[in-house]
Ligand binder design. Structure first.
Ligand code: ZN
Length: 658
């Protein structure tokens, strides 16, 4: 398939409407080279593969990855020289691809600002940001003339090796904008939107001076008055990204801000913006976003992909190819064959039974992308018992088809079927070990554990650790072949995290000590995209002690109800509890309890409330009628630093029910 087929498909396919962007609709795919550098040969290989299935544009997400004359701080190993990047761009262009760089001058500048020499340009250079003090501030202060001049120079240098007509300037997730002494007064006087628009207009001017068309992520307009969008220059191409599993036909919901639904594509049509719809690697997200886009005029599709520091491309690439099938009209959403076709391109020799099994395995992407096991997520995560059984069966089938079984060579070409199978087999087994660690580890974190259970759990954890180390050795060999000479701190931390955690877990006493408590918080919340910052303190032996703090909300996959647990060290039985909420959106709390081996204390009487607390007495009954604490209007808090800091609290007496 080639570009021409995309155009033909645009007429014949389910998803594609008549061309709106010149003669050819954009069919783009992004490679995130900022979070994970790939070798030049990998990038050119990737380019030719995606071109061969019909993509006509490759977007290189770079942040600071190009080391230019004005940006000498990164090491050579950790960056691309302008000459290296230029060679890649030229290669992409020779394939007929438009090669578009993404450099964000405002948000997602964390990689620049991590260099001590650059920290002075950060919006958080005074130590304050939206989420408090963070180690790695992610926002440039473009009100600082020096910072702005530096960024102009850097972008000009990068752009000089990208002859194409398009330049993506990011502008997503600029959370810390408006927090320095230069910017805060502007927000207070003119509002956050005004400050944001100053920078958008500057970036638009810069792109024009460089002879480029500006692209941008559009998420920030979700939080502003709709009139703000009307002031945006119309020649900016809007990249509408949303990663919800199900995008509804009436429009996607906001990422923050109470999940407001907006028919954004209709708005773009009305205002005369061209836009790309930008799904990511979730199959259902791709399908439903495509269906939503089909009833609107868009400039095309843009498959985004992020943060590959602990992943090779084997579970992602079939999705990239499947989306190409869908967007070219080669596959059908109704039949669902676009997914199988994408997989078949990557696994041409698998029998159809194994391919089906693999399809099921791949659909479950959230667990296959590497996640870290911690004590907290052992206590809070859902157990994946049924998935584990399925994964094991899939693994057995795949192993039979592994071209080079055992500890032999790692297949050289990372895009070969053998390499995909090799990676998926190892990562699936690692995912299984992570889940098994959760299951066994949970026994050792319960205050009422038995000696027999603890002993069995420790034995199992030690077996898991031994097998993990074998797999890590295998993974190291894979890395040496597929990413030679390229480092990933996250990958190194990932390999080490499980043995470290198991070390901690097996050193737990087999019977809980008297001071080992758990606080259990039952939540009921529909909006899982807010950020209520909650804190629990207890009165024990006449003194208040903070015992748990964090953003209390269900995981997206949990649905509205979930329980959160934190381990707590307490000498003595607590007699009172204080809960505090601040931040963005309110928290729905059904019940809170604390328990150790001998006691379980629960709220018995509401003593006082401050700020905004509704139905506090519901906290006294262990059922699903909840109380609410904090400000429900997430957007109001987002736009006002004062409101986001407003505190609400409830204090109650505790009684021992055991
Ligand atoms: Zn500033």
């Amino acid at each position: 398939m080639n570009v021409k087929r995309i155009v033909v498909g645009a007429v014949a396919g389910v998803a594609c409407l008549a061309a709106s962007y010149g003669d050819t609709r954009i069919c783009a795919v992004q490679l995130d080279l900022a979070r994970q550098k790939e070798s030049p040969s990998f990038v050119s290989n990737y380019m030719s593969r995606v071109q061969s299935v019909g993509y006509n544009t490759i977007v290189l997400y770079l942040e600071d990855r190009v080391k230019t004359p004005s940006y000498r701080y990164p090491s050579d190993a950790d960056s691309y020289s302008p000459a290296e990047m230029s060679a890649l761009v030229q290669y992409g262009m020779s394939l007929g691809l438009d090669v578009v760089p993404v450099v964000s001058p405002l948000g997602h500048t964390e990689r620049f600002l991590a260099h001590p020499e650059m920290a002075k340009y950060g919006e958080q250079c005074e130590g304050v940001g939206r989420w408090g003090k963070t180690e790695n501030p992610g926002c440039f202060c473009l009100e600082n003339p020096e910072a702005r001049a530096w960024m102009e120079k850097y972008i000009s240098e990068v752009v000089s090796v990208f002859p194409g007509k398009n330049l993506h300037l990011g502008f997503d997730e600029t959370w810390n904008l408006g927090y320095c002494t230069r910017c805060r007064p502007i927000v207070e006087k003119e509002g956050l939107a005004a400050l944001y628009m100053r920078h958008v207009n500057w970036a638009h001017g810069l792109a024009n001076r460089l002879g480029k068309r500006m692209w941008m992520w559009d998420d920030y307009f979700e939080y502003f008055d709709p009139k703000v969008l009307e002031t945006v220059p119309r020649d900016i191409l809007m990249c509408q990204w949303n990663y919800d599993t199900g995008i509804e036909r009436t429009g996607p919901r906001s990422h923050f801000g109470g999940r407001l639904r907006r028919n954004i594509l209709a708005t773009y049509e009305r205002l005369g913006f061209e836009c790309l719809v930008c799904p990511w690697f979730d199959y259902e997200n791709v399908r439903t976003f495509t269906e939503y886009a089909a009833s609107h005029k868009t400039a095309g599709y843009f498959f985004t992909q992020w943060e590959m520091e602990t992943d090779f491309h084997s579970i992602f690439f079939p999705r990239v190819l499947a989306a190409a099938e869908l967007w070219s009209g080669g596959g059908s959403v109704v039949r669902g064959d676009w997914i199988t076709k994408g997989l078949r391109r990557c696994f041409p020799s698998l029998d159809s039974e194994t391919l089906r099994m693999l399809e099921g395995l791949m659909f479950d992407q959230s667990k296959l992308k590497f996640t870290t096991v911690t004590k907290e997520n052992i206590l809070n995560g859902r157990q994946a018992a049924s998935k584990l059984r399925y994964w094991r069966t899939a693994l057995e089938l795949l192993r039979r088809h592994r071209s080079r079984p055992g500890a032999g060579d790692v297949p050289l070409d990372p895009f070969s079927e053998a390499a995909f199978v090799e990676d998926i087999v190892v990562r699936t087994e690692m995912a299984i070990l992570c889940e098994e660690t959760r299951t066994a580890g949970r026994y050792l974190l319960m205050p009422d554990r038995s000696e027999a259970d603890s002993s069995a759990a420790k034995d199992r954890l030690l077996e898991i650790r031994a097998r993990w180390r074998e797999l890590v050795a295998r993974r190291e060999r894979q890395w040496a072949v597929w990413r030679p000479g390229i480092n990933s701190k996250k990958e190194a931390a990932y390999r080490e995290h499980l043995p470290k955690l198991i070390e901690e877990l097996v050193s737990m006493p087999s019977v809980a000590a008297d001071d080992e408590w758990l606080i259990e918080v039952d939540l009921a919340m529909i909006d899982t995209h807010g950020r209520p910052q909650c804190k629990a303190e207890v009165l024990v032996n006449g003194e208040w002690k903070a015992i748990a703090e964090g953003v209390w909300k269900p995981q997206r996959s949990d649905g509205p109800y979930s329980a959160k647990c934190y381990p707590v060290k307490l000498v003595g039985v607590p007699t009172a509890l204080r809960l505090t909420a601040t931040g963005y959106g309110d928290c729905g709390l059904c019940h809170v309890s604390l328990r150790n081996r001998f006691h379980r204390v629960v709220p018995s009487k509401i003593v006082s409330t401050t700020g905004r607390v509704q139905d506090a007495e519901n906290l006294l009954v262990d059922d699903f009628r909840g109380m609410r604490i904090g400000l429900p209007d997430c957007t109001a808090a987002f736009l006002s630093q004062e409101l986001s800091r407003a505190t609400s609290s409830v204090e109650c007496e505790l009684r021992d029910e055991m």
